[in-house]
Design a protein around this ligand. Structure first.
Ligand SMILES: Cc1cc2nc3c(=O)[nH]c(=O)nc-3n(C[C@H](O)[C@H](O)[C@H](O)COP(=O)(O)OP(=O)(O)OC[C@H]3O[C@@H](n4cnc5c(N)ncnc54)[C@H](O)[C@@H]3O)c2cc1C
Ligand code: SF4
Length: 335
């Protein structure tokens, strides 16, 4: 066990200062990911800053007619919040498809966005991994890569982002509010996570010491027409092989707005606005959904063991859009 200092922050400024001053310091919220990483010797923080006492645990109205979710709101509280169930059932469904009830009771909104990849080589400190130790190589490239990326990967890293919540937030076009040593800023969800490129050690565009304070949902929640489809090896307690958050606005059977975000296929939730635009102005029809799936997966590359994901993703997109096109009842959304 590596020794570390433990600090409990009483206000946001103190938490930010404590982490900004030390590149190997880490915030801790629910601890459901960070503690595992420390136990596996993947993360070796010198200082842990406990943020659980900060006043970031509320859900309230947002500035743009939506909802503002404090970074410390627990995943289960968020999924079952009446306004989230009523206005953003897509988010509720995505959260409830992840982890287990016990984990969701501990896990925080900010921590969920920041959870690290589940690539098994990342956790195995005896193997090369550019994300864990830049410059050592990527064991997954020639190794067991069944869970790995088919889109947006690089020769440095082919890991995927494991968060279900993030896939729904990408489709909903949420905004992440952060406070850092240089003040506050708001980050569009599409800009929050990164592709690996030649710096796979970075999962997000957060700067050193920046703390997520809230996630804001816009007014448009796609409550009538949405689907979260998660394909995985077990019916529960498993990460996505492929997941799809599909959201549609329809007027008289014609699509006026379409969003499709993919999980389990890239280093960040994957969207392609040009592909989504293919649906706008079209009647709901299987052939249009298939065109969107083809466009979204243009450029998809398998690495051997994960080749099957390309066809799996294609079918999952079509199925999720078909589900979304049918009116989604509140009872469906709760299931
Ligand atoms: C067995 C198992 C199965 C799981 N299955 C799924 C699944 O199917 N789908 C899914 O989506 N997730 C799954 N998870 C992951 C789980 O959702 C995450 O571990 C959890 O959301 C992390 O939240 P936390 O508050 O516990 O984060 P912590 O462990 O406290 O922190 C995680 C990281 O986030 C940083 N952090 C925390 N809060 C902030 C903040 N406010 N600002 C900046 N940085 C912050 C920490 O420094 C740390 O680096 C699973 C986890 C386990 C252990
Ligand atoms: S895919 Fe990424 S996380 Fe996995 S071994 Fe390669 S560099 Fe490490």
């Amino acid at each position: 066990m590596n020794r570390f200092a433990y600090l409990r922050a009483d206000d946001v400024g103190a938490a930010v200062r404590a982490v900004a001053a030390d590149p190997s310091a880490r915030f801790i919220a629910g601890g459901t990911n960070l503690v595992d990483l420390i136990k596996e010797n993947v993360e070796r923080p010198t200082r842990i800053v406990d943020i659980t006492r900060l006043p970031l645990g509320e859900i309230g109205p947002g500035e743009r007619g939506g909802l503002r979710i404090g970074a410390l709101v627990k995943n289960s509280d968020l999924a079952y919040h009446p306004e989230v169930e009523r206005r953003y059932p897509l988010l509720s469904r995505a959260i409830l498809s992840g982890a287990s009830a016990q984990l969701r009771n501990m896990a925080s909104t900010g921590g969920n966005l920041m959870q690290r990849t589940r690539c098994s080589y990342f956790y195995d400190t005896t193997t090369p991994c550019n994300k864990r130790e830049p410059g050592t190589g990527c064991a997954a490239l020639g190794g067991f890569n069944r869970m790995h990326a088919i889109l947006g990967a690089s020769e440095q890293c082919i890991a995927v982002n494991p968060s279900d919540m993030s896939v729904a937030l990408a489709a909903l076009e949420a905004v992440v509010h952060v406070t850092g040593p240089e003040g506050d800023r708001a980050i569009a969800f599409a800009e929050f996570h990164r592709l690996p490129g030649d710096a796979p050690q970075l999962d997000t565009n957060l700067r050193q010491g920046e703390l997520i304070t809230a996630v804001e949902l816009p007014a448009l929640g796609f409550a009538e027409h949405h689907a979260y489809l998660k394909i995985r090896d077990r019916a529960s307690y498993a990460f996505a092989l492929v997941s799809v958050a599909a959201a549609l606005e329809l007027q008289g059977g014609t699509v006026t707005e379409a969003r499709v975000a993919l999980g389990g296929v890239a280093h960040k939730p994957w969207r392609d606005r040009e592909a989504e635009a293919l649906l706008v102005g079209r009647r709901v029809a299987l052939e249009h959904f298939q065109r969107v799936a083809d466009a979204l997966l243009q450029g998809a590359v398998g690495r051997g063991a994960n080749d099957f994901k390309i066809e799996l993703a294609r079918r999952a997109i079509v199925r999720a859009l078909s589900h979304a096109a049918r009116r989604t009842s509140r009872d469906d959304a709760r299931r």
